[in-house]
Write a protein that binds this ligand. Sequence first.
Ligand code: AMP
Length: 577
Amino acid sequence: MKAIGIDLGTTNSCVSVVEGGSPDVIANAEGERTTPSAVAFTKDGERLIGTVALRQLAMNPERTITSVKRHMGTKWRKSIDGKEFSATEISAMILRKLRKDAENFLGENITDAVITVPAYFNDMQRNATKDAGTIAGLNVLRIINEPTAAALAYGLDHGDPQMVMVYDLGGGTFDVSIIEIGDNVIEVLSTAGNNRLGGDDFDERLTDYLLDVFKTRTGVDLSNNNMAYERVKEAAEQAKKELSSMESTVVNLPFLSQNSSGPLHLEETVTRAKFNELTADLVQLTTEPVQQALNDAGIAASELGEVLLVGGSTRIPAVQAHVESLTGKKPASSINPDECVAEGAAIQAATLESAMTGNNALMPRGGELLLLDVVPMSFAIETVGGVATRVIERNSTLPIHYEQVFTTAASFQTKVEINVLQGERPMASDNKSIGKFLLKGIKRAPAGVPQINVSFDLDANGILTVTAKDLGTGNEQSITITDSERMSDEEIQAAIRDAEQYAEEDQARRDAFAERDEATRLINQAEERIKEAGKDMPKEEKRTLKASIANVQRYLAKRPEKRRIRTRRISRAPWMS
Ligand code: AMP
């Protein structure tokens, strides 16, 4: 069995598998090498995923979801026909399509996968991604960081020991990592980034500018007109992409709105210089993480052997120029920024699969690669006075085991709440609380006497598990996770059932559509034959045939998802080839 690598991107996703020792990108059912990370719910209850969802976005903006990755691990919910969907569930729908398409492409069942996340994803976002994989029917072998995956893909072809910087600016996130590529060891030295910076922000700047231009010219404010806004946004993204290769482009949107004097159009020439001016501060926002990553790795930019650009937004010339000015290096052009993350994930998937099964044929060429990744943000716990006390430093190499003995602050305390935080700030309230752990059943004793050993285990995915033991009684304490943003096991199971049931309904609907197409084709063919045969066809046969056609047409007039169409009767007519 093969394990696949999945780059679950903000804007686009990509799947790859190692075959014959090196990673290949798997095309989706539409024949594309990347799949838009978009999900839409039609009015008929159909779920559209990928290009088909994106294509109808401007017509159906309220029921189309894009960039859901920005909401992973948060309380964000989308309400569709009275049902609430979390970002995890929406991502699971995308992953399910990726899995199905890979199965069709490879002609075998797929369960094992490595999924990538931005290096800067916190524990909750990683968990949400893993849960999405589980709901999509995947056994998530490992969650790895996107820049690390890119370095893996690069390292497979450039084995010389060296230090590389991966600068990854995608649709919604920015990551920078310093990675040392050695002989079959890829070690991440540091990582930094911004969870909320990406191509979407560049689109927004240009969209706002175009809306302003339109308002100045016509007096009409489109910011509350969903459909028009989506059209402008779509055009802005298109213009942004064009400005990566051209000095200027024209945004042309006819019939965008209307007023008493008739329809209103938008036609505006946008230059690269204007676009650079609108987005200069966004490009600047990447400076600090780059410097932080270099500092944390303890190296100067001049020690970098190579700078790799990953993510669609690194195609923006101003971004490339900025990277060059920061590092003094011209970024490498040998890797494909859209595909290298999925390829690196596939390499890791193949390495893990071959280690698990002992099947060396699955191994990427060059043999086993040891991947040493780091934790992107420090872990801390809240202590007296609201202080965040570090327990695990950022950029520590995974996996990590850490233990600390806690005691009570008040006499006869029987429970202690531990607030686990992720972030770099000194006060607890300035960091992200990723879970509160309640230790119950402590033996009544004066303050400071009970001894509770709490251990933190960060696995290779960067996901945290906390266990606690009361050293006084020897009892392992039950820990209640009171994190409301995480899906419970029951919720995940319910989502799996829901996804499976939906997959069956979806298949039935697709079958019905296919039968409908086939029936229409047969009717046309039969009518053609009747015409061609003219008087040569016996009357009785013609009558039977026409009656059959009419029957099938009556079926077709009904909604295909409500009624499966039988075409057998007509297809069995003896005169048909
Ligand atoms: P990713 O998440 O890596 O797929 O990156 C997607 C982002 O890259 C989106 O915001 C795209 O609009 C952006 N993008 C893709 N191609 C280009 C291009 N040629 N120029 C500028 N941005 C691009």
